[in-house]
Ligand binder design. Sequence first.
Ligand SMILES: [Zn+2]
Length: 276
Amino acid sequence: MKRRRSLPLLAGGLGLVAAAACAVSVQEERQLGDQYAAAVDTAMPVIHDPAVQAPLDAAVRPLVAVATRRDLPWTFRVVNTTDVNAFAIPGGHIYVTRGLIEHATSYNQLASVLGHEIGHVDLRHTARQIEKQRAASLGVGLGYIVLGREPGAAESQALNVVAAAVFARFSREDERAADHAGVRYTTAAGIDPHGLADMFHILQQVQGKDPGAIEQFFASHPMTADRIADVERTIAADPAARAAAQTGRKDAPVFHELQRAVHALPPPPPKPRNSP
Ligand SMILES: [Zn+2]
């Protein structure tokens, strides 16, 4: 897999997701999710360094404790790229980029983004992607575009993961539902739920200084201002969220330990020439 695209953070969408019931079993979701995770490892610079993994796992523990689904082996990984991004694939595998961790300034911002991604998995948005992907055979189609031939088995798997993340964007309704889930989970975990809106504000500021890092984000998220307002309304309407915003944790030492470990990583591998 030579060509790599940055994947859209909290991907906004075109509202094309079918409302049909999800026919993918949990066993199937787990099995495919593990295959996809192996493919992401092949296609992207995923970090397996315990110095990074330990503080990341500690940072997400309070969120996983309040997640709805107990039938998945949740895994969280850092991807060594300066792109600012986070994404979930089926089976409870969630990825956050070095760029996002470096741009965040406090624990509750990272926690809110990860809460949003956990929401996509809990609400089975990611499981539904499996169905869409099957219907469209995106991986094979993308193989012809990228390779000019039918991809081999390993190539096909890697292409499928990238295709799923790039093309099978979530609907606007799914994004809103995941935003609300992020507010619920941070609130339940005793974390200030303003983190997601704060992260959006930071991205808007970074956009002025380093447009390349997040242009993909803004390309896929024309609704950012609306989403900030919606997150603020959701917090204001919920007494528990209002209380967490007042007294919840904004920061935690473990976040800064993670930032230091990420800063100490080798430089990200250069991006392919035709990457956006
Ligand atoms: Zn999302």
